[in-house]
Design a protein around this ligand. Structure first.
Ligand SMILES: [Zn+2]
Length: 195
């Protein structure tokens, strides 16, 4: 703060409450042998902090828009919902194509809500197995049907960028209700959801 003509003027170049993540980024850059004050990196700590806040402060909006339905035992599949998440073991990104299926019992969930539920659980530190379990849990709770299946096929940078550096896709599934007990229903889902 500087005093000018008897009044206090806030120096805009120095934000009063800097995000502690800015310091974390500066420290990280130093630890890997970089100079955080060099030209290309000067604004990187602020960008780093903004990105992390944006990632963890994600708000999916309304996810519980339901429509009445008279049909029962119908199979509804929403496939290829693309999400990005962060692997909690390495803090490296993974992307996944998510398929959500359910058999409505009187209530249909609005189409966009499936993506919102998927993104809500992707915007945190995750492992793919828990991502599918979390999505299945929400869809079960919101729609009130026990018959829910979630399949995710993910590519993990912690596998492709480090370690064995092999490109591979990992598939995780969560089958609940009839999807767990009825192999014909599961077969129908898998044949219809195939990209
Ligand atoms: Zn990992």
């Amino acid at each position: 703060m500087t005093t000018h003509a008897g009044r206090d003027i806030i120096d805009l170049a120095e934000p009063p409450d800097e995000d502690p993540l800015v310091d974390v980024a500066r420290q990280l850059l130093k630890e890997i042998g970089e100079d955080p004050d060099r030209d290309g990196l000067r604004d990187t700590p602020q960008r780093f902090a903004r990105w992390w806040r944006e990632f963890v402060d994600y708000h999916p909006g309304t996810v519980e828009t339901l429509f009445e339905s008279t049909t029962t035992s119908q199979l509804v599949i929403v496939s290829d919902i693309r999400v990005w998440s962060l692997c909690e073991h390495h803090l490296l990104p993974f992307n996944a194509a998510v398929t959500i299926a359910y058999r409505p019992t009187g209530h249909l969930l609005g189409l966009s809500k499936f993506a919102r539920v998927a993104h809500r659980h992707a915007h945190k530190l995750q492992v793919q197995e828990r991502l599918v379990a979390d999505i299945a849990h929400d869809i079960t709770t919101i729609t009130g049907t026990p018959d829910v299946a979630v399949i995710a096929r993910g590519e993990h940078l912690c596998m492709t960028m480090r370690g064995i550096k092999a490109s591979a896709l990992m598939t995780s599934t969560a089958y609940h209700g009839a999807f767990a007990t009825d192999s014909a229903l599961r077969g129908e889902l898998l044949s219809l959801a195939r990209p």
